[in-house]
Design a protein around this ligand. Structure first.
Ligand code: IMO
Ligand code: MG
Length: 421
């Protein structure tokens, strides 16, 4: 009996999950998404090609791996069909590579409109949502009004859609949001027909059967631990449990079946959207990281906020996720820096704190440890011993502080620019 391994982001998203899953997927028979939806943007680079995986698991381009969209995912039929079109254009048949849980919740066009209406009404308190309808869809799931993929097979599906849509229309009117709620009805139902062409499964049986038959599966997290609905910087979070536990209800897996947990982090930090970010840089160093790291949203194109690595937040995520292996991304972006900093604690009202606080406001000031930059191009390094000593010192410090080995180091966007220790 195999265990389910998990790979997830430890920061505020955009850690490079797409690349890592694509690299790891070669070792697994299945890749399963367990939460989130098309708010995710997982970039894959291989053989000169580029693909951004949104709802489709990042194992899609690995031969022999089945890609599972779990029940914890919120699926937008229109976005999904479009994404599948791109996969098809790259020569693959998505219907042969993807199975979908009947229990995954559906994003309606009006969920997206509600997302926009909520943000418009929030004024300064805006979450900076990707406007993909994620929050409103999970809201309907929890309040037990949602539609699920399997409902598409019911004879009264259309009536149920209209019932839910009417609830949304009332809400949109209450919020004074001007829109045409019916504009995408036709496209949405057409996309549902497309979805019916996939193998619709009871994901809990599907994944457990795979493991029982000695097939390996890796669960792919979306977003990051600091965007978790419970442990992130609430309310500036996404609407699902992005931490490791989310994979249990998100796929129908018992906690005792979870194996290795790969936690991905960038050698610095980014955040897109609103909310606290203690190590954010507002100076030219921040701008340099943004430019060198191409830190612009894969989904929305928004410039990402950039800052130094935050060990307080990283250690918090390592604890929450029970990380067994760390994976460090984009260290190569720091190749040219004279000095590199890591926040090792926070100073809050004069007191040194090493726990992530309940409230992160302007009183939270990072306490930095400085490292000498390695000032060498590390992109071509494939043997750990060949890294400059300054780089090895940086890695060793993070390993010591987190108590976790960094077992994979990425030195460039391509599949091949990866060092496994
Ligand atoms: P991947 O999987 C980075 C952020 C949004 C916003 C907040 C809530 O590519 O790492 P939502 O649309 O979920 O209601 O937005 O969460 N956010 C992400 N930031 N990467 C993501 O996904 C994100 N998904 C959501 O910017 O601040
Ligand atoms: Mg992203």
């Amino acid at each position: 009996m195999k265990k389910l391994d998990v790979v997830l982001g430890l920061q505020w998203g955009d850690e490079g999950k797409g690349k890592v899953v694509d690299v790891l997927a070669g070792r697994y028979d299945g890749v399963a998404r367990f939460q989130g939806g098309p708010n995710a943007g997982h970039s894959l680079y291989f053989e000169g090609k580029h693909f951004v995986a949104r709802s489709i698991p990042s194992g899609i381009f690995r031969e022999g791996s089945i890609n599972i969209i779990g029940n914890g995912v919120v699926l937008d039929p229109i976005e999904f069909q479009e994404e599948c079109g791109k996969v098809a254009a790259m020569g693959l048949n998505p219907q042969e590579k993807i199975v979908i849980s009947k229990k995954a919740n559906l994003i309606l066009p009006t969920h997206r409109l509600l997302d926009a209406a909520n943000e418009a009404a929030a004024g300064k308190g805006k979450i900076g949502s990707t406007l993909k309808g994620i929050g409103p869809t999970y809201t309907d799931k929890i309040s037990r009004h949602a539609l699920r993929v399997g409902d598409a097979l019911a004879p009264d599906f259309k009536a149920r859609y209209e019932k839910l849509q009417n609830r949304h229309i009332k809400e949109l009117q209450n919020l004074g949001f001007e829109c045409d709620p019916h504009a995408e009805d036709e496209a949405w139902f057409a996309a549902m027909e497309f979805i019916k062409g996939f193998k619709l499964v009871d994901c809990e049986y599907y994944v457990n059967d795979m493991l029982a038959n000695d097939k390996s599966v890796i669960a792919e997290g979306a977003q990051g631990s600091m965007l978790d609905i419970d442990f992130g910087t609430y309310p500036f979070v996404t609407s699902s449990n992005t931490t490791v536990g989310g994979c249990c209800p998100g796929l129908g897996i018992a906690p005792t079946k979870v194996g290795s947990v790969y936690g991905i982090f960038k050698a610095y930090c980014t955040r897109v959207g609103s909310g606290p970010f203690p190590t954010e840089l507002f100076d030219e160093t921040g701008e340099e990281i943004r430019q060198l790291g191409h830190e612009f949203g894969a989904v929305t194109g928004r410039p990402r906020r950039c800052g130094w690595l935050d060990l307080v937040a990283l250690k918090y995520a390592v604890m929450l996720d029970g990380v067994t292996d760390l994976i460090m991304m984009k260290a190569d972006i720091l190749n040219t820096f004279d000095t590199i900093k890591i926040a090792v604690a926070y100073k809050i009202n004069g007191e040194i704190v090493d726990h992530f606080p309940f409230e992160v406001d302007d009183n939270v000031e990072p306490v930095y440890k400085e490292f000498k930059g390695w000032k060498k191009d590390i992109c071509a390094v494939r043997d750990y011993n060949e890294f400059p000593q300054e780089f090895k010192d940086y890695v060793a410090f993070i390993e010591k502080e987190t108590g976790c080995p960094i077992s994979i180091i990425s030195v460039g966007p391509d599949r091949d620019e990866t060092l496994v220790r």
